[in-house]
Design a protein around this ligand. Structure first.
Ligand code: ADP
Ligand code: MG
Length: 475
């Protein structure tokens, strides 16, 4: 039987998989490719230098055990680091877009000078009339890495954030895109990166801004005929942090201007950090060329924290507030509030408040009452099953028909509506919606959402369907 790099590595993987957390296995081992085997040395290809450092720091022991089992005591592991394709690439990144393709800002179709060093910068952050050369970072110093507690749910994003903060613009994580649901720490982490950079590199110009504010500034700039000043201002930033980029959905003018700013910064080795409530594949109405830029760097997800992490977040908060609380109550809160960190903090704050206002002991009974209120008040999420039921009832068909492969127009429309509402009312990804509604893929769901959008703006009857079903779903 011949031993190949692949067969040796497969055996190693089998052993490693049995011995570490599934999430860690997926993140750190699945992307590795076995490349070469020479006598006692196995060469593996890893996606980046960071990846290699991470393996060395956290998994060198298990790798050694696994490989020794396969190749004996003299076994050696050789890492091959895949060319980091985003940084240090000499090829130009900009693309020349024929002006007819520029979707928005038709009347503003000017070329943006990339190497403009305008001596007089107009800073959209300052109140008109007051001149201020320094760019205020808009960072919140209360959000730091120190108080961003680490857990399995955020380890990748947190360490990528740290890597970026250590070497802004100098890692392959450019842009770094942090994504995840509400209240999971995206804004906190985004600030922490900026705060840390300001600390380590005080001379760097760092700017934090929400995509919403960015859009507003851009609209104002266009109105006042300052579009170029706006662009120049953003082009001098060393570290640009834009929060909630999903807000740019459908705003093609702002996307266009951001695309140019992004290219300029990236080309000049400047760092871009973005957050979003969705993964790039699930972002709707963001131009393809921008999405492809997002994928140049690293997309790191913040997941819902596990029980241990929830406990440590609570303990850390209590410690910082100088409040003592029985272990049993902390456990109770952490066990019952699972979906997001903001709610977790909210519950503990009202617990503290209740007890101090009413001069009551913090007891498990008080905790129960408060947690109950929190859980009740958080809006119930409609399920995809429920949406399918409502839609098929509305059109008087059964769910099997709705999910069937037929191309009959009214059935296709019903299915597309179900997909549209699943996207609108649940946090499920396009892929998961597709698999639950008749085993379709994510592209079909995306297409369905667009079709519903189009039809409801052009077809009166169809718009009525959307409104009727909306009403049924929101009661
Ligand atoms: P998002 O921007 O994802 O909606 P935020 O960054 O606003 O979430 O976080 C919500 C709250 O939860 C903030 O008060 C933040 O400090 C806290 N938080 C989130 N994750 C953590 C964590 N890992 N450790 C400590 N606090 C956290
Ligand atoms: Mg946020």
């Amino acid at each position: 039987m011949s031993v190949t790099a692949q067969s040796v590595w497969n055996s190693c993987l089998k052993f490693i998989k049995d011995n570490i957390q599934p999430q860690a296995y997926k993140t750190w081992f699945e992307p590795i490719i076995a490349v070469k085997l020479t006598e006692n040395a196995l060469s593996i290809q890893v996606p980046s230098k960071f990846f290699y450092e991470w393996l060395e720091e956290h998994y060198v022991k298990i790798l050694k055990v696994a490989l020794t089992k396969e190749l004996g005591e003299t076994a050696k592991l050789v890492y091959i680091i895949k060319m980091e394709n985003t940084y240090g690439n000499k090829q130009p990144f900009t693309e020349k877009i024929p002006s007819s393709n520029r979707s928005a800002v038709k009347s503003q179709d000017v070329d943006i000078p990339f190497n403009n060093k305008s001596p007089e910068l107009r800073n959209p952050f300052i109140i008109p009339g007051i001149r201020n050369v320094k760019v205020e970072s808009q960072l919140n110093p209360n959000y730091s890495f120190d108080n961003f507690l680490e857990g399995d749910s955020n380890r990748l994003a947190r360490s990528a954030g740290l890597a970026v903060a250590n070497k802004p613009g100098g890692t392959s994580f450019n842009p770094l895109l942090i994504f995840g649901g509400v209240g999971l720490g995206k804004t906190h982490l985004a600030h922490a990166i900026g705060v840390d950079i300001k600390d380590k590199y005080p001379e760097k110009t760092v700017l934090y801004i929400s995509a919403e504010k960015f859009t507003q500034q851009y609209i104002d700039a266009v109105k006042k005929n300052n579009r170029n000043d706006f662009i120049h201002f953003y082009q001098i930033i060393d570290v640009l942090i834009i929060d909630d980029v999903q807000f740019l959905s459908g705003k093609s003018g702002t996307q266009d201007v951001f695309f140019h700013i992004f290219n300029h910064l990236h080309q000049n080795g400047k760092q871009v950090v973005l957050t979003s409530d969705k993964a790039p594949v699930d972002m709707q109405d963001i131009e393809q060329r921008l999405l492809s830029r997002f994928k140049w760097g690293l997309s790191a997800e913040l997941q819902t924290p596990d029980f241990e992490t929830r406990v440590s977040i609570l303990k850390n908060k209590l410690y910082r507030d100088g409040v003592e609380m029985p272990e049993e109550i902390i456990d109770y809160v952490a066990k019952n509030i699972k979906s997001n960190v903001r709610e977790l903090e909210g519950a503990i704050i009202s617990l503290i408040a209740q007890s101090s206002f009413n001069k009551k002991e913090i007891t498990i009974d008080l905790a129960r009452i408060i947690v109950e209120k929190f859980v009740k008040n958080t809006k119930r999420e409609v399920s995809i099953d429920y949406i399918q039921k409502v839609v098929s009832d509305y059109f008087q068909m059964d769910i099997d028909t709705l999910q069937s492969k037929t191309r009959k127009r009214h059935i296709v429309q019903a299915r597309q509506l179900a997909m549209f509402f699943a996207k609108k009312f649940t946090k499920a990804s396009l892929a998961s919606i597709g698999s639950q509604i008749g085993k379709r893929d994510h592209a079909t769901v995306l297409h369905a959402c667009k079709t519903v959008d189009n039809l409801s703006s052009t077809d009166k009857q169809f718009r009525k369907y959307v409104e009727d079903i909306s009403k049924k779903l929101s009661v």
